[in-house]
Design a binder for this molecule. Structure first.
Ligand code: SF4
Length: 529
């Protein structure tokens, strides 16, 4: 549904702030693609864009693709911004630029919802999810779009049920310029891991869209030109297991109807390994990747962070089980935990070898506001607020330099090309081989798709196979794939591996942050060019 009953027309400029270099956004892979410039279409802003009254013209700019221009600001009557903590500097910069044009600026999304204090310059703070605060914001702008004299804080008390969410306005985004498509089925998570802000922000009882909404969204993504991979951004795809089981048959049917045009990915807790009935349906629906927050292989550490649910099956066994359904596991890992010891880095590298997981996002512990971790560390006097020069706001129990050195060593060793491609080879042999065989569709045989594949291959062969300094390792892997005629099994790992290798090299010499949440190096990126 949309906001209704508004007669006035307002022109709204939605601006999504830029990210800078990050492990999880794959930007080193973009030059190998056919024009990818950004990671995923932002769900929040596109949702708000779709919810605005039908007669309100909306312009959407993702500053990862192009900066908002003078002409955009001159066109607009008000500006909407949304983003995460790591984009805080960029969001404040967008506000400053909009104010140069005397425009009212509203901010919503996870960062302002957790920390309204971070955004003193904005005219409207939208705290919480889509709901009564959104209606109030629209009504105020309809009455008067000029800047209010004082900041107005609007808090959502009555959330719009997700079953009434409109389809995000994917048509406003240049979806072909994104690395992945995105979609959301649920919000919230029943667990309470100490470091995580999801239960506090979105609740422990997951809210849900209907399967019919998801199918309509997939149809729309397809109409807008998304092919390849679509990521379910849900905090935990099995936060409500019954809901996951309700949705999966619809996804299977949709994939059959469309010829398996999309590879699906999601985030879920590792205890999904105990649910063969879910895994089997996910295999049929062509889920190919699951991101699991494994965090650490150390049981004491899992207990301490209240992530006991990761131990419902032995971790290695859980990963093997997921792999046996054709799904590659991507793992989140945290270093700098209170339980870490001097030998934690070596244990982690051993874990990487044993699990054969190619892609692990290894971060230093960061305390996020509105988490139990934040509260505990604040009481213990271990929060470092001025984080200049540090990659974490946590005072670790081990010396800071020792933790960062250990992180750098893990990045350097885990992403050595030989080791990484050996893990991808394992995945080809033991995981990808378990996937369902999908038919070749007319879409895949289309000239557009063939041309795209040829561009990707040309870029990979030239930039990695000819110019790359790890070309020998690359060709050993690539020739194996080519001999089997497995072009997709070559392109996917080659793109991701290139990003991981390049990022890890920069990280190991201190040119990348040790935390996805740290803004130390990110500040340099403001303002957007
Ligand atoms: S399981 Fe994941 S989403 Fe849920 S509380 Fe833990 S870290 Fe957060």
């Amino acid at each position: 549904m949309r906001a209704e009953g508004i007669e006035t027309t307002r022109r709204i400029l939605c601006v999504f702030p830029r990210y800078t270099s990050s492990f999880g956004t794959f930007e080193y892979a973009y030059p190998l693609t056919d024009g990818v410039q950004a990671f995923m279409p932002p769900q929040g802003l596109l949702l708000i864009a779709a919810y605005l009254p039908e007669n309100w013209p909306v312009r959407f700019i993702d500053e990862n693709i192009r900066p908002a221009t003078k002409e955009d600001f001159e066109w607009a009557e008000a500006v909407f911004v949304s983003g995460m903590h790591i984009q805080r500097q960029q969001m404040n910069d967008i506000c400053r630029r909009a104010h140069d044009f005397d425009l009212a600026v509203a901010i919503g999304g996870p960062s302002v919802s957790a920390c309204p204090d971070y955004y003193p310059s904005f005219d409207y703070l939208h705290v919480g999810e889509l709901g009564d605060a959104t209606n109030e914001l629209i009504a105020r702008l309809a009455r008067d779009p000029s800047r209010p004299e004082q900041q107005v804080v609007l808090k959502t008390n009555d959330r719009l049920p997700m079953t009434e969410f409109p389809i995000p306005a994917y048509e406003l985004a240049e979806v072909k310029k994104y690395f992945l498509g995105s979609i959301q089925y649920s919000s919230g998570c029943p667990y309470q891991c100490e470091f995580c802000d999801i239960p506090g922000l979105y609740g422990r009882n997951p809210r849900l869209k209907s399967p019919e909404q998801i199918i309509a969204e997939l149809d729309k993504l397809r109409e807008c030109g998304v092919t390849g991979s679509v990521y379910f951004v849900d905090d935990n795809f099995i936060g409500n297991r019954k809901a996951a089981l309700d949705l999966l048959p619809h996804l299977v049917e949709w994939q059959k109807r469309t010829g398996y045009v999309m590879r699906l990915a999601c985030e879920a807790t590792l205890n999904i390994a105990k649910r063969p009935e879910i895994l089997e349906k996910m295999r049929e629906a062509f889920f190919v990747t699951i991101f699991c927050g494994i965090e650490t292989p150390d049981p004491d550490a899992l207990k301490a962070m209240h992530k006991d649910h990761n131990m419902m099956v032995p971790i290695l066994e859980g990963i093997r089980t997921i792999n046996s359904y054709g799904m590659e596991v991507v793992s989140g890992i945290i270093m700098g935990l209170d339980t870490d010891k001097p030998e934690t880095g070596d244990a982690l590298l051993q874990f990487v070898d044993e699990t054969q997981i190619p892609l692990l996002t290894i971060n230093l512990l960061q305390a996020l506001p509105q988490t139990p971790l934040w509260d505990r560390l604040e009481k213990e006097g271990r929060l470092i607020n001025d984080d200049d020069g540090r990659d974490s706001n946590v005072k670790f129990l081990l010396p800071y330099d020792q933790v960062v050195d250990s992180w750098r060593k893990c990045m350097e060793v885990a992403y050595q090309p030989e080791k990484l491609f050996a893990r991808y080879q394992y995945q080809c042999d033991y995981t990808y081989a378990q996937r369902i065989k999908v038919p070749v569709t007319p879409e895949q045989k289309s000239w557009d798709n063939i041309k795209r594949g040829l561009i990707l291959l040309r870029n990979i062969f030239w930039k990695v196979g000819v110019l790359g300094d790890y070309r020998k390792v690359f060709w050993k892997f690539a020739l194996g794939r080519l001999r089997r005629g497995d072009i997709e099994g070559l392109i996917g790992p080659a793109l991701i591996a290139h990003h991981l290798i390049m990022f890890a090299r920069a990280a190991s010499v201190g040119q990348q942050n040790a935390s996805n949440y740290s803004i130390r190096l990110r500040e340099a990126s403001v303002p957007a060019e």
